[in-house]
Design a protein around this ligand. Structure first.
Ligand SMILES: [Fe+2]
Length: 462
């Protein structure tokens, strides 16, 4: 039997395909579905089943397009209220093709409709070898319980505890766990960078599974929640109806430099996806820099939302369709076009250029003693801050920066840093755009600060 994990680093998202005797099932497909069609072709398989473990909130799924292009049936938990033709699955339902047996477990908690899929290779053993856990169980974490409009996080956390203990932890230790997300995903907090594990390993190593009682688990999971990006609710609704096929999006328009100011005046934002050093050397005034190198789409969704018209400035020709595809994966479809020939065209047209200087951590250390007016913004998460930070820095987590910007003086100079430089590049561009006059980005972030053995302040607990 064939079994493959497809890992999409930009969204820390994992999807799966299982196949046997010419038939395949895909679980939790990403929006651009060509990868599955190509893998099916290469392995002599026909995709007949598409399974959604739940209505994903952090990305737009390709279930509907994949079904349309293959004739496959879509399977979703009975509680989903899905508004497309589907098979509503309940506890114990099965799909069998060739040597492949898929058995559904209803596992409410992350969301009400969440299901897990037990995978058995009947040729090898009558016992299941793998469990596709969706967002119910991650490697090192469990799914967040705050995505339901009808249930409180504490109610969902209680259901999640029951699903984990009455169903998942009843499975043999050797069953391999394959989740829908890995480290860096906004769907959990402390996921491991491992892409799979076993029930036995998670029983021991997963902090959430070690909670002694249901009450302790509920407290652990529901009483402190990570920030929930506004686009999550929209993406879940898009997935409930099923997104349009990517091929139906309008063609990506080439834009000349003289078109940009007019579009900007009518509300469009220039999204510059180049590396931060290139952005720093010169960019279209008012641009937001979210480099393609990191979790580009998730940050674009969280900071720009789905309703803003965007103009892309990319590093090269291939960067424009790549950026647009990644935006579409989280449901951002309002891309007005891209600057043809990139920043070079902007230079050639003699349009105004804005720089964003970079400084080293040694420069920052010197500046903070020389310039009493300097503000230092640390845009990491609170948990990172608690492990150590630069004395005098203000904690302004990037996902809350719009609300926190008022704590800063736009006239005084400001140095922005994060862990390694990705989030600070985004934050620094947002501050420049918001009218801050003297913004610098700290190269290498807090990692470089520690490597240089500069002084680290700790949070002192009272
Ligand atoms: Fe999820």
């Amino acid at each position: 039997m064939y079994f493959e994990q497809f890992y999409l680093g930009c969204l820390a998202h994992a999807s799966y395909m299982a196949g046997s005797e010419g038939v395949a099932a895909v679980v939790d497909p990403q929006r651009d579905v060509d990868v599955y069609l190509e893998a099916a072709r290469a392995n002599g398989l026909r995709i007949e089943h598409v399974i959604e473990t739940h209505l994903h909130a952090d990305f737009v799924s390709g279930h509907r397009e994949l079904a349309a292009r293959t004739g496959a049936r879509i399977y979703v938990g009975a509680q989903a209220g899905a508004q497309f033709p589907h098979v509503a699955v309940s506890q114990g339902d099965e799909i069998r093709f060739g040597q492949c047996l898929l058995r559904f477990l209803e596992t409410p908690g992350h969301t009400l409709e969440s299901i897990c899929v037990l995978l058995t290779d009947v040729d090898r053993s009558p016992q299941p070898f793998a469990l596709l856990t969706g967002d119910t169980l991650f490697i090192g974490d469990v799914g967040r319980p705050d995505l339901s409009p009808s249930h409180t996080p504490r109610q969902l956390a209680g259901l999640l505890y029951d699903s984990l203990h009455q169903k998942l932890l009843k499975l043999p230790d050797g069953v391999r766990v394959y989740p829908a997300h890995g480290a860096g995903s906004l769907c959990g907090r402390q996921m491991s960078s491992e892409r799979s594990s076993t029930i036995g390993e998670q029983r021991v190593a997963n902090y959430a599974l070690r909670a002694a009682t249901r009450d302790e688990f509920v407290h652990l999971i529901a009483d402190t929640l990570p920030e929930r990006p506004a686009y999550f609710a929209r993406d879940a609704e898009i997935n409930r109806t099923g997104a349009a096929s990517l091929g139906d999006l309008p063609p990506l328009r080439e834009l000349r430099p003289d078109a940009l100011p007019r579009l900007q005046q009518s509300g469009a934002i220039v999204l510059d996806t180049r590396p931060d050093i290139q952005f720093g050397a010169g960019h279209v005034p008012g641009s937001v820099n979210i480099p393609l190198s990191g979790q580009f789409a998730a940050w674009a969704g969280a900071l720009l939302g789905l309703e803003t018209d965007l103009i892309l400035v990319t590093e090269n020709v291939a960067g424009a369709p790549e950026s647009r595809m990644r935006l579409a994966r989280v449901g951002i479809e309002r891309v007005a076009g891209y600057l043809a020939d990139g920043i070079r065209a902007w230079h050639t047209a003699n349009q105004p250029i804005q720089p964003l200087p970079h400084i080293t951590v040694q420069d920052l250390d010197r500046l903070r003693s020389e310039d009493a007016a300097l503000q230092i913004a640390d845009v990491r998460r609170p948990a990172e801050w608690e492990e150590g930070h630069i004395a005098g820095a203000l904690l302004l987590p990037l996902n809350q920066i719009a609300a926190a910007i008022g704590q800063l003086d736009p006239v005084r100079p400001i140095a922005v840093h994060c862990k390694s430089g990705y989030r600070s590049a985004i934050a620094a561009s947002l501050l420049l755009r918001a009218g801050f006059r003297q913004v610098v980005n700290v190269t290498g972030g807090f990692d470089a600060w520690k490597t240089a053995r500069l002084p680290v302040a700790q949070v002192v607990l009272a």
